[in-house]
Design a protein around this ligand. Structure first.
Ligand code: GMT
Length: 384
């Protein structure tokens, strides 16, 4: 099977899922073609089954805005024709599902067509997709997809609530390759980040307002008063300014907070962390929390969106209402002050990550592709 994957190349949940999925499919012998504006961050192009096609946007002085979506559709059309793809998989509704629909129309004009799968990831539904500028195009392109998948039950519910969707939505959860997180002797040295008597709290995100970075900082401030600790923040994004502001207002914490920016082998740092903070305003699944769990790190989070499907109250961590910094701080203090509880939750977190292992989720994706192609061919046959 030859699969075309359309995704964002940057550090962000949808791009990571698309890249990890494509690489795992390539390992299984499928031919996988990535179409994106840049090389996806985690993509290993040394695999002979992986192809990367960069979308080039021709700048022209007449254009006030460069037409990326047109260049993307043309590239999809071109790659499907050149490499005889069997199926397209768009990750994130805009612009990918929309551009794929246009490419399909171009193919149809040549009496060709291939099926389209669209995976909804989160903010394409809960945030940006609802903006009046995009809503109709998002709804239309979802409905034009042959198969629709969402990364959690919660996101499926939101999609059906916010849009008029005329097809079934199959939930295929985010996944993790636990084997990567299990490699021994790979963890960084704990003393690089904290003293022996200190606990390590960690937050990883693209630091957008939806991640509530202010809550992360306030929780740490409360915890640090009671438990000797350090906070590691990994990622870059628009809320960086909030962190600098917080440091200015809390100079006593400057030495306690370490900003690492974008990090490639994240698991090496997650492996030595004691608790992961995820107080998000919205979170369709919480891949970052799953990555933490795979590294045996319990999660203190909000109960937004699909997080409760991943982080189980009192088992793999604790959850509180969005914005309830006090409750999340207290849970964190409780967890970090009780070695027995901490060890038990670390164990439970890992067990939960195994539940979402690649080995369990990849066959679901493969079956979904096979079913989609079979249904598509059947419908074509009936048309003739
Ligand atoms: O929020 C991010 O980090 C990026 C965003 C994306 O679409 O790139 O992530 C979303 O997709 C992830 C993978 O499916 C989910 O695990 C995240 O929960 C989701 N983020 C939000 O819903 C805010």
């Amino acid at each position: 099977m030859k699969i075309g994957i359309l995704c964002y190349p940057t550090y962000g949940g949808s791009g990571i899922v698309a890249t990890e999925l494509g690489m795992s499919l390539a390992d299984k012998g499928f031919e996988v073609h990535f179409i994106s504006s840049a090389l996806p961050a985690r993509l290993d192009v040394t695999n002979p089954n992986i192809f990367f096609h960069k979308v080039n946007v021709q700048t022209y002085p007449l254009f006030q805005y460069q037409p990326y979506d047109i260049a993307l559709s043309s590239m999809i059309y071109r790659v499907v024709n050149l490499y005889k793809l069997d199926i397209l998989h768009a990750h994130y509704a805009i612009p990918y599902a929309y551009a794929a629909f246009t490419a399909k129309q171009m193919l149809k004009a040549d009496n060709k067509d291939i099926p389209l799968v669209t995976t909804l990831h989160g903010t394409d539904i809960t945030l940006v997709g609802q903006h009046p500028s995009y809503k109709h195009a998002v709804e239309f392109s979802i409905n034009q997809s042959d198969t629709i998948t969402s990364v959690s039950e919660s996101l499926k519910k939101d999609t059906l609530q916010f849009f008029d969707i005329q097809k079934d939505i199959q939930v295929i959860n985010n996944f993790i390759d636990n084997s990567v997180f299990d490699e021994e002797g790979n963890a960084c040295q704990r003393k690089q980040f904290a003293n022996d008597d200190e606990k390590i709290l960690i937050h990883v995100s693209n630091l957008r307002p939806v991640k509530r970075i202010q809550d992360v900082l306030e929780i740490f401030k409360n915890v640090n008063k009671k438990v000797k600790s350090k906070l590691i923040i990994i990622g870059e994004g628009p809320e960086m300014e909030k962190i600098s502001e917080f440091m200015e207002n809390n100079p006593e914490l400057i030495g306690e907070i370490k900003l690492l920016g974008k990090v490639n082998d994240l698991y090496r740092i997650l492996q030595l962390s004691d608790v992961f903070l995820l107080p998000s305003e919205q979170e369709s699944f919480g891949l970052a929390a799953l990555e933490a769990m795979a590294a045996r790190t319990p999660v203190i989070s909000s109960n937004a969106g699909g997080i409760p499907e991943v982080n189980i109250q009192g088992e793999t961590g604790f959850l509180a209402e969005i914005g309830n910094v006090e409750a999340m701080s207290n849970y964190c203090i409780k967890l970090l002050s009780d070695e027995k509880l901490l060890e038990e939750m670390k164990k439970n977190a890992k067990a939960q990550a195994i539940h979402f292992d690649l080995k369990n989720i990849l066959p679901i994706y493969i079956e979904m592709y096979q079913n989609t192609i079979a249904k598509f061919e059947e419908a074509k046959y009936k048309e003739v």
